[in-house]
Write a protein that binds this ligand. Structure first.
Ligand code: SF4
Length: 222
């Protein structure tokens, strides 16, 4: 069972989601809960910037509109539509994943992260992302952006495997229990890591969670 949310956690969530509602980008995969479309976006977004992914996302879905279309496509066809996006292993994994979903799950993408993690190319982050962004499950999705925000805000000294474990534990405590708020929170923390608390520039002065952030408070001498 999850521990009770502390006032600090509640405050962090509230400030972050309020900021996201005002400033979050309107991205095509945020307008859908279609698990297949969310899955395609997640594979494309691995190691690739949002601005580059948008065009490919629409093109891919136009050519392979469902998991069945993708599962039945030839290997070369999938690679051809992926061309220009790079990291072709993602395309191969996505193709194999579609085939596995058709063979093992009657074409329905599973909602549980432990089941998702048995599919090709799906690690802990992607499983959490599909569960929360497609099915509004109250699960964390910790990619490099989210890990950076949590590290800076709660565990500035966290390093290595033990640090990663702490970050995931904190992410679990931060995610609201209800579906839609969990979806919004996970999008919001990802957005903060992509735009405010980035790897190269740390914009603490514009950050909505600065008050509850260990790094931000230290920088401001609070
Ligand atoms: S206050 Fe600064 S370090 Fe903390 S989360 Fe915001 S941008 Fe990152």
């Amino acid at each position: 069972m999850r521990s009770k949310s502390t006032p600090a956690i509640l405050d962090f969530r509230r400030r972050l989601t309020r900021w996201y509602r005002r400033h979050g980008r309107d991205l095509p995969w945020r307008r859908t809960r279609d698990p297949y479309a969310v899955l395609v976006s997640e594979f494309m977004l691995q190691q690739t910037q949002v601005s580059r992914v948008e065009g490919f996302y629409h093109r891919f879905l136009a050519r392979f509109p469902t998991v069945h279309h993708l599962a039945g496509a030839a290997h070369g066809e999938v690679r051809e539509v992926w061309q220009g996006l790079g990291y072709y292993r993602r395309a191969d994994n996505l193709h194999r994943l579609a085939q596995a979903v058709v063979e093992r799950h009657e074409g329905r993408i599973p909602a549980e992260s432990r089941v998702l993690m048995r599919l090709p190319g799906v690690g802990r982050y992607t499983a959490g992302a599909i569960a929360t962004f497609a099915f509004e499950r109250a699960e964390p999705a910790v990619d490099t952006n989210v890990a950076r925000v949590i590290r800076r805000a709660f565990h500035p000294r966290a390093r290595g495997t033990a640090g990663q474990r702490r970050i995931w534990q904190t992410a679990e405590r931060l995610v609201p229990r209800a579906g839609n708020p969990a979806w919004t929170f996970n999008q919001a923390i990802m957005e903060l890591g992509a735009r405010i608390c980035t790897a190269r520039v740390v914009r603490c002065g514009e950050c909505p969670v600065r008050r509850g952030c260990r790094t931000g408070a230290r920088a401001a001498g609070m």
